[in-house]
Structure formats: structure tokens, C-alpha cells
Ligand binder design. Structure first.
Ligand code: SF4
Ligand code: SF4
Length: 472
């Protein structure tokens, strides 16, 4: 029944295979011979299968766990260096006809305020985001063919790309909309989107159907097969995610790795990113109502093991998590974070009062983007607003080969420094600017190729002289 190359959801995410994987993991969780073999394979930096990674997830031997955490940190350093890419979500509309029981936008929620931004309102939101320093957005909309048709999404993307305000520009729009048709994915591709993001929420079909009792999202196969349709429509970069807390985390962990294996087997390229949201409090939603919540310790273990299992996949954590959890997650494998986020429709221009709340979840990390950058720099991470690959057409397998050839220090690193410099010139507080400029001086010396380093220095000088938008 299980077949990674099948195009049928229930065959590439086979419930039988996941249950067999969990049984195998339980049977081997204290078998140090097997565990050592898996860790030795992981050290080669080429990833692990869902079965292998599941054994490590089941293992609770302190010594082995420490080895796994050290390895996750090493792989993160080898493939991503000390860069952290920043983005912000932009909520365009919270109209939705689905019945997802964990989301306050579900159709039956009559007291949440419903909003859909006009193109003028989008312009104002994007200018507010540009004035913070953002270059990369993820747009979010509920599913509603009447209020949020594909034409609205396409028009909004065009509006966002067209806004030129002072030195600001949104250079990459990632899109998080409901599962749709190949034809619509083609339209999104033609509109120049970055990553198409769609969270599976849960890979367990039975739970999935209970958690999505009504609306088009109820259809497990249509939702699970969406990434194949997106790729058929020409979108190379897709972002996976599950909502931890809905189902047993070990089931989800095996499921998401099987989904990654399926994409690699069928399309020759794995997911561009994996997100790791946990269920959070929101209007109408009490996270205590879901009995599969995971502790911070388990959450960190999942992040470390995903890093080890899929080294080439970027990993994202949002402001759903607070500062302390985010700090630990950065160390163990996260390569992309949101900053200064508002999760309500129109929230960047006007933060919403309590009684008129349209937010999808409560933000735990309430810091401004500048505070987040300041924190990153002081932790010795280089904040990056780089969007070079997508704009150079290095998507899908071309992006993967850049990652696999470990050209990060000659490509991503100088790009990070150039985009950081733009931020420091245009948006930073005095303290962040001073810390950032000192960081750039230090980090320039880490570029191995002399020629690349010289070009980077020349471009940094150009940025001081008012020029913008350089990339390697
Ligand atoms: S999770 Fe998405 S589809 Fe479900 S109710 Fe919320 S906005 Fe709608
Ligand atoms: S160069 Fe490409 S892979 Fe590197 S940070 Fe920029 S967009 Fe990402």
C-alpha cells in the first residue's frame, strides 16, 4: 500500500506505514547499535528516512540526545551558517467558509470581526511593512470563493510588488492560500510568487476529517495532494507544516518526512521550507481543548531532528512562540523567523482594540522588527533580508544545488550582509546600527573567496552612497 511515488495521498502518506514506523521506533528506541548507525548516517549530512528519524525521536537516552542536538547545531552551521532570514505575514482577508475547529476564522465564529483589505488598504499595510524594513512577505487569506477569489489574490500580489516607497520594496511574496487547482497554481506562478505555503495541519486522515468537519478543506486527499498540483502548475518552492498539538506528534513527524520524501521522489525536489507552529490561544480557541499539546522540550527535539533529517530544507518559526523558545530553536535548526508581526487583517496600520479583534492567533513575541534584529545581532546571528535566489531564478532544484554545494559563505553570506546594510542605513535604531555595522566588518572576513569579498566591500560602499538592491 505505501508508495512514496504514488500520486494518491493515502498511499504516499500511508497510515499503515506510519503505524509500522512508530512500532519500529518503539522497538528500537533503546537499541544503541541501531541508534548509533542512524546517528553515523546523519553525520554524513545527507538526511534520514522517516523511519530512521522516528527512532531517534522515540529515543530518550540523555547521552544520545545530546549527540543529536550537537549534530543539529553542526548541520545548521554547515548549511546555513549564522544567517537568519526575516519575513512578516500579511493578512489580507479572514473571510472563510471552512470549519477548522482550531482556527478562529472558522465559518461558525459569528463574533470575530470579518475584514478584507481593499487594494488601497493593502498599499497602506505594505508601506507600513516597508517602513519597518521588511522585504519578504507571506500573504494569508481564508478560503472563500466569493470574498477571496483567485483574481483578488493575483491583484493583491501585483499591488504589493508595484509599491515603491522611499527605499522600500517587497522583493518576494510567499503565498499561503487554500488548496486549489493546477490552473490557479499556474496563475500564482505567473504572478511571480516565492514559496507556496500550505500547512497539512495533521497527516492523520481520521483526525483531519474530525478537525475539518465542514467546507472544502474537509477533503483530506485534495488537501494532501495540493503540493503536487502546485508543482505541476510550475511552483518549484513549496512550504510544508503541521499544527503541533492537534494529533500525536510522533505521527505528524513521520507524516511530514514522508511528504518530503514523496516530493523528492516524484518531482526531484523536496520542500523548500517546513514550518513548526503549535496550537495557540485565539478568539474562540482554547489550546487546552486539544489534548496533544507538546512541551518545549519535545518541541526542541522535533526541531533538532527535522534539521538532521532534511538538512536542505529551510525551517520557519513564527511569533506564535516567545523569545526564549525562539532563541533555543534558532540554535537547533531554524533558519527563518518572522518579526514585528501582526496577525490581524489591517493590523500593521492600526493595531486592533480587544473588542474588535480579527487576529488568527495571539502573538507571543511582541517585539518590534528592530528589537528582533538587535537581539539576533547580539546573539551573533546575521539578520538577512535576502531574496536573491528567487529573483535570479534559482528556485527548486537550482536552489537545492546551491545549498548542497555549501556555497553559502560565498553567496548567501554576502547577500545577508548587503541586505543587513540596507536595513541599517534606512530603518535601524542607533544601537542596532552600531551593532550591525560592527557585525558586517567582522563577518566580511568570513567570505572565503577574495574576489567575492572585494565585490561585497565595493557594494557595501555603494549602499552607503545611496544605491540599493545588489545581489550575488
Ligand atoms: S485554518 Fe484556514 S481554512 Fe481553516 S478556518 Fe482558518 S483560515 Fe479558514
Ligand atoms: S542567496 Fe538564495 S539561498 Fe542564499 S539566502 Fe539568498 S535567497 Fe536564500
Amino acid at each position: 500500500m505505501y508508495n512514496a511515488k504514488s500520486m494518491k495521498a493515502e498511499e504516499f502518506i500511508s497510515d499503515e506505514e506510519i503505524k509500522a514506523t512508530l512500532a519500529y521506533a518503539d522497538a528500537n528506541k533503546d537499541n544503541f547499535e541501531v541508534i548509533d548507525q542512524i546517528i553515523a548516517k546523519a553525520k554524513l549530512g545527507k538526511g534520514l528516512t522517516h523511519r530512521e528519524a522516528s527512532v531517534l525521536l522515540a529515543c530518550d537516552n540523555e547521552e544520545k540526545l545530546q549527540e543529536i542536538y550537537d549534530l543539529a547545531k553542526q548541520i545548521k552551521e554547515d548549511y546555513y551558517g549564522n544567517r537568519i532570514v526575516l519575513f512578516a505575514p500579511l493578512y489580507l482577508s479572514n473571510y472563510c467558509i471552512n470549519g477548522c475547529v482550531y482556527c478562529p476564522y472558522h465559518m461558525k465564529n459569528k463574533h470575530i470581526s470579518r475584514k478584507k483589505l481593499t487594494q488601497d488598504e493593502i498599499r497602506r499595510e505594505v508601506i507600513a511593512l516597508q517602513d519597518m524594513g521588511h522585504k519578504r512577505l507571506a500573504i494569508e487569506l481564508g478560503e472563500d470563493p466569493v470574498n477571496n477569489p483567485i483574481e483578488y489574490v493575483l491583484e493583491s500580489i501585483k499591488t504589493i510588488y508595484d509599491i515603491k516607497h522611499k527605499n522600500g520594496a517587497i522583493r518576494r511574496v510567499n503565498v499561503n492560500i487554500a488548496a486549489t487547482t493546477v490552473e490557479n497554481y499556474k496563475k500564482l506562478h505567473d504572478a511571480g510568487i516565492g514559496t507556496y505555503i500550505l500547512f497539512q495541519e495533521t497527516y492523520n486522515k481520521e483526525s483531519y476529517e474530525q478537525l475539518h468537519p465542514t467546507g472544502p478543506k474537509h477533503d483530506y486527499a485534495y488537501h494532501t495532494e495540493a503540493m503536487d498540483r502546485a508543482m505541476e502548475g510550475g511552483i518549484d518552492d513549496v512550504g510544508l507544516g503541521v499544527l503541533f498539538g492537534l494529533e500525536m506528534y510522533r505521527y505528524e513527524f513521520a507524516g511530514i518526512l514522508m511528504h518530503a520524501e514523496h516530493l523528492e521522489a516524484v518531482h526531484g525536489v523536496g520542500p523548500h521550507t517546513i514550518s513548526v507552529p503549535r496550537v495557540k490561544r485565539a478568539d474562540d480557541i482554547d489550546p487546552e481543548a486539544f489534548d496533544n499539546g507538546i512541551s518545549d522540550d519535545i518541541f526542541e527535539k522535533i526541531i533538532a531532528l527535522l534539521r538532521v533529517a532534511v538538512p536542505y530544507t529551510g525551517m520557519i518559526i513564527s511569533t506564535r512562540e516567545g523569545k526564549a523558545v525562539r532563541e533555543k530553536a534558532l540554535e537547533l535548526g531554524i533558519s527563518q523567523i518572522s518579526g514585528g508581526s501582526r496577525t490581524s487583517v489591517g493590523g500593521y496600520v492600526e493595531p486592533e482594540p480587544e473588542e474588535d479583534n480579527s487576529a488568527q492567533f495571539d502573538v507571543s513575541d511582541q517585539r518590534t522588527l528592530d528589537e528582533v534584529l538587535n537581539w539576533l545581532i547580539k546573539l551573533d546571528y546575521v539578520p538577512s533580508f535576502c531574496t536573491a535566489c528567487y529573483r535570479e531564478g534559482r528556485t527548486g532544484d537550482r536552489f537545492m544545488s546551491l545549498c548542497k554545494s555549501k556555497q553559502i559563505l560565498n553567496c548567501c553570506h554576502p547577500n545577508a550582509l548587503l541586505t543587513l546594510k540596507e536595513y541599517l542605513e534606512d530603518y535601524a535604531s542607533d544601537d542596532t546600527r552600531a551593532a550591525g555595522l560592527a557585525m558586517i566588518e567582522r563577518e566580511l572576513e568570513r567570505i572565503p573567496n577574495d574576489k567575492v569579498r572585494d565585490v561585497a566591500k565595493a557594494r557595501l560602499a555603494d549602499i552607503s552612497n545611496g544605491k540599493r538592491d545588489f545581489r550575488f
